[in-house]
Design a protein around this ligand. Structure first.
Ligand code: COA
Length: 241
């Protein structure tokens, strides 16, 4: 089982119902160290989304205040949830982009990474710089109308896989390879694919779906997990809808 939630800021990266009472003292210190407004806002969105997710997915947390759950970065930046100073068993992944925060929780532990990306055209140098030869070859069979979607999916699934490995872009994106089946209409249902790391002889299950102008991607070591949405929140300056 993987639980996921999406939080959307109605006014993009501005106009959040700013408050910090859901943060622990250590989280507030972390936030204070972030200097750039955009980074502060995306961190805020990701933390709030993750705390709503955990309170809905973990019954033991339902009655605890959000500030009792701390989400702190480990050395490499991957988020870890703590309750009463103990790591919460399970694996959390966070992504944010253009006022959207996409978060997922895999209580069984293991490997999980998520990503949200806007579907937009990218220069052909992007493909040669970041995609494997096999992924570039697969693109030759994609109709022009779906090329931006396919390139975005390759990139997003790679980022999700590199997060599942808890490495992020410290690793070359060509070390993981995405095997995308035909894209179909690219609709709102989850579609599956396979992501591999040939050097490590590793294989993960990948999932993707559209969300407005964005795609959501999930990479996991679980076989055929259930993906359960536990919420969709819209933040406005005056509160939540
Ligand atoms: C992980 C990474 C690929 C995400 O990049 P991104 O597309 O800009 O951002 P996303 O919104 O999709 O994801 C960001 C979230 O990924 C998570 N994350 C960061 N590093 C991670 C890692 N090593 N493994 C798993 N998750 C990670 C964090 O939760 C982060 O959000 P937060 O800092 O607000 O908690 C990128 O930040 C990275 O490679 N970081 C590690 C290397 C690094 O620090 N490089 C410095 C800049 S080159």
């Amino acid at each position: 089982m993987i639980s996921w939630l999406l939080l959307e800021s109605a006014a993009g990266e501005r106009g959040l119902p700013w408050r910090d009472d859901f943060l622990s003292p250590r989280e507030r210190q972390h936030l204070e160290r972030l200097r750039f407004p955009r980074r502060r806002q995306e961190w805020w969105l990701g933390r709030y989304a993750a705390k709503v997710l955990l309170s809905r997915a973990e019954p033991t947390l339902a009655a605890r205040p959000f500030s009792a759950v701390e989400i702190l970065p480990e050395g490499g930046g991957a988020p870890v949830a703590f309750v009463d100073d103990e790591p919460l068993p399970g694996v959390l992944s966070i992504s944010h982009r253009a006022g959207l925060a996409f978060v997922a929780w895999q209580p069984a532990g293991g490997e999980l990474g998520v990503d949200v990306e806007l579907v937009e055209p990218r220069p052909s140098s992007f493909e040669t710089d970041y995609l494997t030869a096999q992924e570039q070859e697969a693109l030759t069979r994609v109709p022009d109308s779906q090329r931006a979607l396919a390139v975005t999916l390759f990139w997003s699934l790679k980022e999700a896989a590199l997060k599942a490995l808890r490495q992020g872009l410290r690793l070359d994106t060509r070390q993981v390879e995405v095997n995308l089946p035909e894209l179909g209409t690219g609709g709102q249902a989850w579609q599956s694919c396979v992501v591999i790391n040939p050097a490590l002889s590793r294989r993960w299950q990948g999932y993707w779906r559209g969300w407005g102008k964005a795609v959501l991607t999930v990479v996991t070591d679980l076989k055929e997990p259930q993906l359960e949405q536990v919420g969709y929140l819209v933040a406005t300056e005056s509160g939540w809808q």
